[in-house]
Design a binder for this molecule. Structure first.
Ligand code: ZN
Length: 364
């Protein structure tokens, strides 16, 4: 792959079109490949920039072929204007790219991307609706660009460099305000027929239960996420229960300020009530994982996201509930449940690596 010469727009257009057609060929080759990594062209070295677009901040980093971050930069997410978000990406890539030879750029964001990695179909936090973001960015950045869902990017990073290495059926769960889900099967992301698979957080686990942002009631993410932890703690504190004294003390009696992060901190410091609240969330987590195991039979679940700061306080009750609810328990091997290894940078590492690996696939 050659980086187009700046200022030569017609040549750039021809090459952009060529990347696109090779993307399809590369995707087909990846689908056909049964070896875990044989389709990835891992022998070639190169740097890529990963950009993780969150609701409040845009984080970017230069990532090498071993998944190491060489340099990093951050900006605030600029509201709802798609052009302003593009401009922030261009600034970050310009800043980080100085002094490095950058092969490609991977963009990870909450939302649904088309299977080709070119168009954002829908993004909940940003104003992207059928946005041809890759074409816009390739024109501005003069490099191959790949768009990916943030949960897919994090799962890819864990499979390549983290807790999911060596797994040929891996399911990753990201626990934050909601629940993100992604699968790496036989060395490729499994994204479904239309690219929108992995919405495990919206499996209905309690019919008629808490209302979810998606419009339904009783979704898993209303019971097993950071938001769920905060809501349960606020409810307990609002009842002015004597067991909620530590929680109330932590927010000077202002119940509305209690969040999942505060509960997690108190639990780690030894507060029994906060530990029980985390245990409840862990049990919901394990129950949902048992449902997923019944459908998908993975070898391992990797659990990442902010709520994982709770560590074993969350995962130990999840393992117990998983073992208790797994269909066919006692007569089948059970998937392992492990904490993610890469922390909050998994998304940008995965987006960078996917763009690097797939831009190489385009050049076959
Ligand atoms: Zn939902």
């Amino acid at each position: 792959m050659q980086t187009p010469t700046p200022g030569r727009q017609p040549g750039l257009r021809r090459r952009t079109a060529a990347w696109r057609s090779r993307t399809l060929a590369g995707a087909a080759a990846a689908t056909a490949g049964h070896d875990l990594r044989s389709h990835l062209r891992l022998g070639r070295k190169g740097l890529a920039i990963g950009v993780d677009i969150g609701g409040t901040k845009v984080a970017a980093g230069v990532v090498d072929a071993e998944g190491r971050i060489l340099s990093q930069a951050k900006r605030s997410t600029p509201g709802n204007d798609p052009r302003a978000v593009e401009q922030v990406i261009v600034e970050l890539v310009g800043e980080l790219g100085a002094g490095h030879r950058i092969w490609s750029v991977g963009i990870g964001a909450a939302g649904w991307m088309d299977l080709d990695g070119g168009t954002v179909l829908f993004s909940p936090h940003l104003a992207w609706r059928n946005e041809p973001l890759r074409e816009n960015l390739q024109r501005l950045l003069r490099r191959p660009v790949l768009l990916t869902n943030d949960a897919d990017a994090a799962a890819w990073a864990e499979w390549r460099f983290g807790a999911g290495q060596g797994q040929n059926r891996l399911v990753c769960i990201t626990l934050g305000t909601g629940i993100g889900g992604a699968m790496v099967m036989d060395g490729r992301l499994e994204r479904g027929r239309f690219g929108v698979a992995g919405e495990f957080g919206h499996q209905i686990i309690m019919p008629g239960g808490h209302r979810c942002e998606c419009g339904n009631r009783g979704c898993w993410e209303q019971y097993a996420s950071g938001n769920a932890l905060g809501r349960e703690a606020r409810e307990l504190a609002a009842a002015n229960s004597p067991v909620a004294q530590e929680l109330l003390k932590a927010v000077d009696g202002d119940v509305g300020r209690i969040t999942g992060v505060i509960v997690t901190e108190l639990a780690k410091a030894g507060d029994q009530t906060s530990r029980e609240l985390l245990e409840d969330v862990g049990e919901w987590l394990g129950l949902g994982l048992a449902n997923l195991a019944a459908a998908l039979d993975p070898g391992k679940f990797v659990i990442g996201g902010g709520l994982c700061d709770a560590g074993e306080l969350l995962v130990a009750p999840a393992r117990k509930a998983f073992a208790r609810n797994l269909t066919g328990r006692g007569f089948r091997p059970a998937a392992e449940i492990e904490l993610a290894a890469l922390g909050p940078n998994a998304g940008l590492i995965g987006a960078a690596d996917l763009s690097r690996v797939s831009s190489r696939m385009h050049t076959q």
